[in-house]
Design a protein around this ligand. Structure first.
Ligand code: SAM
Length: 268
């Protein structure tokens, strides 16, 4: 496969495009944001449903075509008053500038999918829901539960802030040019409050990051920064009530929160 510099694997399956827009459950009067509209297969369908659509595309050449097709001027596919095209990088965009209650829909470029999603989560207070297509392996990490191979710090980060659900599996054949990997469509819905109560989120994420640093190692190796708080109990090394012979990949969000809150209480 020729490498696509901007992750330009365009969706060419009209049924899947329809399904994605249905699954985005666009509400009347809801502001919709599309990331990476590309050649507009989703854009056209979103324009039929959304009262206002803001599309963010990095490639200037595609922007010209999109503007001609959906922007002002006649003969286009859309309603000019409701379409706004922003030429720019979706990983650097200030989504707060678009107001609140955003419904974000995107077939994300593979190379930047995680980066863009983290940016969207940063702006979660402005977002009602996201329907995102990304590489299957990333979707597995985002939805992974403790004990599963794909479970890691990305799973904890996203599940702390959002509810994540797999919606649809999409094979490589639905794209042109065809990538070597399959894709998944996921729903990411920001939670009104984080999933677990954490006194010091910075400390929580620092500890989670450390816990997964060497994935195959036990917590007692990965959490050496807090060694002074380890205790020997019933023949095992513990921190709070957690047995440090366990690996990070077995800990639930609640257990990570208990650990972090204990460290915080000890001025960790
Ligand atoms: N939505 C179209 C579709 O479904 O066929 C295109 C999807 S394609 C996988 C990703 C699109 O994102 C391309 O149009 C690409 O130019 C654009 N893109 C790549 N990097 C971007 C970035 N950092 N910010 C905004 N758009 C980007």
């Amino acid at each position: 496969m020729k490498k696509r510099p901007l992750g330009q694997n365009f969706l060419v399956n009209a049924d899947i495009a329809q399904r994605i827009v249905q699954l985005a459950r666009i509400q009347p009067d809801e502001p919709v944001v599309e990331i990476g509209p590309g050649k507009g297969i989703l854009t056209r369908l979103l324009m039929q449903q959304a009262s206002s659509l803001t599309a963010i595309e990095l490639d200037p050449r595609l922007c010209r075509d999109l503007q001609n097709r959906f922007g002002d001027g006649d003969g286009g596919d859309g309603d000019a008053s409701s379409f706004k095209l922003i030429e720019g990088d979706a990983a650097k965009f200030d989504y707060g500038s678009l107001g609140a209650g955003l419904n974000v829909v995107a077939n994300l470029p593979y190379y930047a999918a995680t980066h863009i999603m983290k940016k969207l989560i940063h702006y979660r207070k402005h977002i009602r829901c996201m329907t995102l297509m990304l590489q299957k392996e990333v979707a597995e990490r985002l939805t992974a539960q403790p004990g599963q191979r794909a479970y890691g710090s990305l799973s904890v980060y996203v599940q702390y802030h959002c509810e994540v659900r797999r919606l649809l599996e999409v094979s490589a054949a639905a794209f042109s040019p065809q990538p070597k990997i399959n894709s998944s469509l996921i729903a990411v819905t920001p939670l009104p409050q984080p999933k677990v109560q954490v006194e010091d989120p910075k400390l929580f994420f620092k500890m989670v990051h450390s816990a997964f640093f060497h994935k195959r190692k036990m917590l007692k190796n990965n959490l050496q920064d807090w060694k002074h708080l380890f205790r020997e109990e019933n023949g095992s090394t513990r921190l709070a009530r957690i047995d440090l012979n366990r690996r990070g990949e077995t800990l639930s969000l609640h257990e990570f929160a208990d650990l972090a809150n204990y460290l915080h209480a000890q001025n960790g």
